[in-house]
Design a binder for this molecule. Structure first.
Ligand SMILES: [Zn+2]
Length: 65
């Protein structure tokens, strides 16, 4: 898959297979997170690297799998 044709949708969590969600908590900060993430430090916590754009955030996330 080339960068140009990369999908705009995040893949499922590479660790647990749950759907991932794109988050945009503030301008120019996008990242993808597993929907099964736990707030506990010892819990399941899978985050993609934060990026300036949604597309880049999804690309970073998809590299995890
Ligand atoms: Zn997960």
């Amino acid at each position: 898959m080339s960068e140009k044709n990369a999908t705009a949708e995040p893949q499922n969590c590479p660790q647990c297979g749950a759907p991932a969600e794109v988050r945009n908590p503030k301008p120019r900060r996008w990242f993808v997170a597993c929907t099964k993430n736990s707030e506990l430090a010892s819990g399941h916590r899978v985050l993609g690297h934060p990026m300036f754009t949604k597309r880049d955030a999804i690309l970073e996330w998809n590299k995890l799998s």
